[in-house]
Design a protein around this ligand. Structure first.
Ligand SMILES: Nc1ncnc2c1ncn2[C@@H]1O[C@H](COP(=O)(O)OP(=O)(O)OP(=O)(O)O)[C@@H](O)[C@H]1O
Length: 277
């Protein structure tokens, strides 16, 4: 795969930019702040619909402009694909593949990149949540179907936390909680079950992913360290080792025909309104 041409319109510091790229290594050279990382960020955005530097889209649009355009001509197996994104902060992105309008998610996979930036040091220096996010991102880019499980997990966690907050006698020090419907232990139990089930699915996927990554990591690190030291990666969870091993072996929560594993428990159709909300 080769990105032959990159076009930008009102992306970061660039009112316009046309960048032709040859196959092989390209090096961007320039003074600090001249816009090298902005170009790399644009390529990363085209590949992943996300920036490695910011969570929101607004900073990607040039100051004073309303929208940004990122367009790439990608060559793969001697065929060229034109991938185009229009970034409009606060609204859904618009996407086009070979000039035909598509849903943004449909462009994923047209361009595949591996971006390594100073921010990636958070993988070893940062919080465990950074490492979980990295694994989940990788999971989704390898097998997009995990995106659904991941977003279900986030939704359930949010709903369960809201329920726990509502159940606590005060919200914040000394403040009385606002009155809402009192949650019953049964309701909490239902959310516990959902959380355990989807959390188990996600853990299964992360453990499997790490199992696949481990030999690659050890080999790649061996090359840069010239064999002086070795690197390994293990997933440390609060579960006991036997349970984690059972999950990794797929004895529980393994993928089956409908969706993934026995998730979702309501079958393959739309989720009940309480979960979809
Ligand atoms: N939304 C924006 N609108 C206009 N300019 C922006 C926007 N976001 C960033 N910039 C400008 O982009 C420049 C930073 O570009 P970038 O981070 O690509 O620099 P760089 O060449 O990678 O620098 P360094 O070598 O220091 O890493 C800054 O001048 C900043 O003001």
């Amino acid at each position: 795969m080769h990105l032959r041409h990159l076009t930008l319109g009102d992306f970061r510091s660039y009112p316009t930019a046309e960048v032709a790229l040859e196959p092989g290594v390209s090096t961007l050279v320039g003074l600090n702040g001249v816009g090298k990382t902005n170009l790399v960020e644009a390529v990363g955005y085209l590949a992943s619909l996300a920036s490695h530097r910011v969570a929101q889209d607004a900073p990607l649009v040039r100051f004073g402009a309303e929208r940004a355009i990122v367009r790439g001509a990608v060559i793969r197996d001697a065929r060229e694909t034109l991938v185009e994104l229009e970034i409009v902060p606060g609204r859904a992105n618009r996407a086009r593949l070979n000039r035909a309008a598509v849903r943004p998610r449909e462009v994923l996979g047209s361009l595949r990149t591996v971006l390594f930036a100073p921010e990636d040091l958070a993988l070893v220096k940062g919080d465990p949540s950074d490492r979980r996010r990295f694994l989940d991102d990788l999971l989704v880019s390898r097998q997009p179907r995990w995106a659904g499980v991941r977003s279900d997990y986030d939704k359930i966690l949010k709903q369960r936390n809201a329920l726990l907050r509502a159940a606590s006698p005060t919200r914040g020090p000394g403040r009385r909680r606002e009155r809402g419907p009192a949650p019953t232990p049964e309701t909490l139990e239902v959310w516990d079950d959902h959380l355990a089930l989807v959390g188990g699915q996600l853990l299964y996927a992360r453990l499997r992913l790490l199992r696949d990554l481990r030999p690659l990591l050890t080999e790649a690190y061996g090359q840069v360290s010239a064999g002086v030291s070795t690197a390994n990666a293990t997933y440390r969870s609060s579960l006991d080792d036997d349970t984690a091993a059972e999950i990794e072996a797929g004895e529980v929560f393994s993928p089956r025909s409908c969706g993934i594993g026995s998730w979702p428990p309501w079958g393959c159709g739309a989720p009940p309104r309480s979960i979809a909300a």
